[in-house]
Design a protein around this ligand. Structure first.
Ligand SMILES: [Zn+2]
Length: 318
């Protein structure tokens, strides 16, 4: 089996031995292998492919030929570019080219999470959030959001691709959780991953308290309600780690754990020297119902329930 990572957006389907060949449009034999769009998983078109009877038939129509005839094809601003600038390496870890990341920072009307944010809090919220957090849109799943992990030196470490419900802003978990990583896309290979906190690129912008939550969605929403802090996300319950938080040394840090995760985060923070002075907000615990606690809600869920936009001060939530 061919396990070599695929580097192109379109590929002949032969890499999967289970796939049955199709009828060739030229010789009508079942020897035809179609091109697949790796981003959507769909065929380009029924006549785009190569006949395996190379000597006798030789039919070969490439995706490029098809798009030249019919128009359409990948639009740079919504899709990942087909050919990606080689991932550059910075001593110990790989980075995604900033041009690739920037090319995804558009098409917000197609981005489910951003559309939800717009419907709840309007254009200003979208403007502020997409600009500061450099949110991406991608078609890995139609409507998906990319949370780019950009470090404090401006390098894109990777991006987390997630799909949300456009109407209520909830994550799509059914039938399976829709989470994917940019560095796992076929265009990347030999990627030496080193993640950073989501939002890390913002910490040098101003000298204000740093609030840390688990979910990227919560970080971007909270940033709109609490402009007096910089909101970062760990991206997971177990991601409050020493190497990722080193950049916060000397800063005022306030942790906002999900309901039920308070003890875990207090213990994690205690074990990290540069988080020794971090405060842990217990505000949500005091202002939530048993049902909220059972569901493990977070400050973002609480903010979403508010009837209108208000601006808060972080010191009132300690
Ligand atoms: Zn043929």
């Amino acid at each position: 089996m061919n396990t070599k990572p695929l580097k192109y957006r379109y590929t002949l389907e032969t890499y999967d031995p289970k796939v049955r060949k199709h009828i060739c449009p030229a010789c009508k034999k079942r020897t035809f292998v179609r091109y697949v769009d790796l981003e959507s998983g769909e065929y380009v078109s029924t006549d785009v492919g190569r006949c395996d009877r190379e000597e006798k038939c030789g039919y070969h129509k490439k995706p490029r030929d098809y798009f030249e005839e019919n128009g359409g094809g990948p639009k740079k601003e919504y899709f990942f570019p087909r050919a990606v600038k080689k991932v550059s390496s910075d001593n110990h870890f790989s980075i995604v080219s900033s041009q690739l990341a920037k090319d995804t920072m558009t098409a917000y009307e197609k981005n489910n999470l951003i559309s939800f944010i717009k419907s709840r809090w309007g254009k200003d919220a979208v403007q502020k959030i997409t600009t500061s957090y450099q949110i991406g849109t991608c078609r890995f799943w139609p409507g998906a959001t990319i949370f780019w992990q950009q470090d404090s030196d401006g390098r894109f470490r990777t991006g987390k691709i997630m799909l949300y419900n456009r109407e209520n802003g909830h994550r799509i978990k059914d039938p399976v959780s829709r989470i994917m990583w940019v560095h796992k896309l076929p265009m990347f290979s030999d990627f030496n991953l080193k993640q950073c906190l989501f939002g890390e690129h913002l910490i040098k912008e101003k000298d204000c308290p740093i609030a840390i939550v688990e979910s990227e969605k919560t970080a971007i929403i909270a940033s709109f309600f609490f402009p007096d802090a910089i909101w970062l996300a760990t991206g997971g319950l177990n991601n409050l780690q020493s190497d990722k938080t080193r950049c916060l040394s000397g800063r005022e840090v306030i942790l906002f754990p999900d309901l039920g995760a308070e003890t875990k985060w207090i213990m994690q923070a205690d074990s990290i020297p540069h988080l020794k002075n971090a405060k842990v907000s217990t505000w949500l615990m005091k202002h939530s119902t048993q049902k909220d606690k059972d569901e493990g809600l977070d400050i973002g869920d609480w903010l979403i329930k508010l009837p209108s936009v208000r601006k808060f001060q972080i010191k009132d939530f300690l």
